[in-house]
Design a protein around this ligand. Sequence first.
Ligand code: BMA
Length: 718
Amino acid sequence: MHRTYTISVKDLLKKEDNLLTVLFSSPVIYANKMQDKSYLPAFTVPERGFTHIRKASCMFGWDWGPNLPDMGIWKDVVLCGYSGGKIDDVLIKQTHKDSCVYLDILTKVEDFKTKTLSLKAKVFNPDGELIKTACIDNIAGQTNKFEIKIDNPSLWWTNGLGAHPLYTVEVSLFEDGKECDTNKKRIGLRTFKVIQTDDEYGRSFTYELNGKKIFAMGADYIPEDNILGRVSEKTTKHLIDSCVSANFNTLRVWGGANFPFDWFYDLCDENGILIWQDMMFACGTYELTEEFEATVREEVYDNVKRLRHHPCIAMWCGNNELEMFWSEDRYGKDVNPKLKQDYYKLFEDIFPKIFEEIDGERLYWPSSPSSGGMEANANGENYGDMHYWGVWHEKEEFTAYRRYFPRFMSEFGIQSYPSMKTVNTFTEEEDREMYSPVMQNHQKNPAGNGLITYYIRQNYSEPKDFKDAVYLSQMIQAEGLRYGVEHLRRNRGRCMGAIFWQLNDCWQTPSWSSIDYFGRWKALHYFAKRFFAPVLLSAEENGTTVKIVVTNDTLTDFEGFVKCSLKTNKGEILREENFSVNVKKLDAKQITIFDFADIIKTETDKSKCYFEYSLYNGEDLISTNDVLFVKAKDFDFEKPNINVTLEEDGNDLFISLSSDTFVKAVELDLKTDDCLFTDNYFDLSPCVTKRVRIEKMLSKRLSKKDLEEQLVINYLQK
Ligand code: BMA
């Protein structure tokens, strides 16, 4: 599934009536049979033997997806004809020096030795204008090198840091002056490194783009559909647009699936989203037979050659969690020791050599998580990347995130249900409860429903009904990850990445995703837009103290002011303080620590106060939030009167909300239609009007009257 097969049909073709027949055998029977022959221990997956076959592992079932392995060819079949010669490969290398970029365009040609061949390279700037041409006459096959200098290059930046200009390099092959093959690649001019330097904590793991140390923010990407034929450029575009809106700059393409379609990488190039690219191995053991080794080598050649020109590709990674499982001895004592040797051979010997040969520039990282290889505490926090699952799988409280200081967090997550509209698509009225057979069948993490209930009850009151449980599940997920991400960003420098598990879903399911199968944003995605804000003000509460920190992930120093107030549930101000703040570019700075022990003296005081903090740049509100001193279930919410007004201004629809008491987690939704709001799942402070715009309709356009009829408002109630 991960390979491209090129088969010569020249001697088979007839003038007409050519028929291509492809025979498939069952992947399930094959995997099961092989498992009987040679047992390969693995995790998560219900189908036996999935690591024996080179097919998206998650198709055999995962803890968020059904066991539905399909059969067939999932990409186009093309018939190609050549004469004279053909371009086999184009590798473009960049050197950035003295404000210029030098391109080395290495072109490998297969020469059929019939006529004289020549090559021409053209470079077009981001506006499509031809800026450079170079020719090589009378080539003799093999690798030919063009050297092209680009003056005044427009650099490629990630989302939030700058533009994402794309240049086009076109290489054409001529047979006696007549074009016989051409190869076009879009590139971005940028330098990229993963900086690993020993320091007081261990070793850094920092993305450096055009010489700037950037903090990676984003999520893990899984297949968009279990049935790949239903994935289209349109579905991917909605996801990538949603990543851009929520201030992402990185996605990790997880190794338990398939390499995404070309348009996925094109969209990431166009939108400044970096890709951590896993190879397709996950959560199990693999046996390195001669046949297996040969095929996985080809996979890497095929995919790396296909993808390496994309500016979005940040780094390559060998696999998902294989090294961690070995390092934690999770396969048991009886596991065949050869499998461990096979692991080393493939991921620490064969793959590094291939990546060096066909890329040579990007980091090849053996596994996620890893501390750098040879299973030296693979999932340790001081080296490399980390997957932290104490919150969720081990029922740790959200505050547990604050105990860890990973150099780069590449997985952590909490499950939630998709919206009721999504649930309604696969249920009848009587199925709409957590433990109905239908709902349970869609919950693929055996402990999932129990953990959702556990976290809801730890933080909120008993859900009134299933609909309320859905809403509360989204709130625990969003709040929990806010704890995690804000902590990581407060520790910018020591930690340089917050990639949460997971962006999307492959069917209608409760899962760790922030966007559901139909593209509906869960509360988490709105929270992500806030906690990934380029300049973030965040607070760390502890007893009666609150520490506030500004994290500046922009390329300019930030100057502004912070407004803080301790308020009662009715909005009375108990204490108020304002500060001017200056935070250097690409830095995090603690502003102050408050201690409210003189005001918050009793448990009753704790349950009636909240701390609100806002960051302004002039008049503009940049970042705002609040913290409670008790769990939301113990907070003394007063019954609010919420005032809602709707306005229409040209094509825009606005919703303004205000309340006479403090309200938490206001959810806006439409009865039948779907849209994205500029903000959602926010808190309302008395006397502060919140104005939200409909940012994008996902279904038909609404008039103000439609909105009046459709708008549903929900909020956290005791
Ligand atoms: C991670 C992933 C997936 C899984 C997720 C949730 O470790 O790599 O295998 O879906 O945990 O359990």
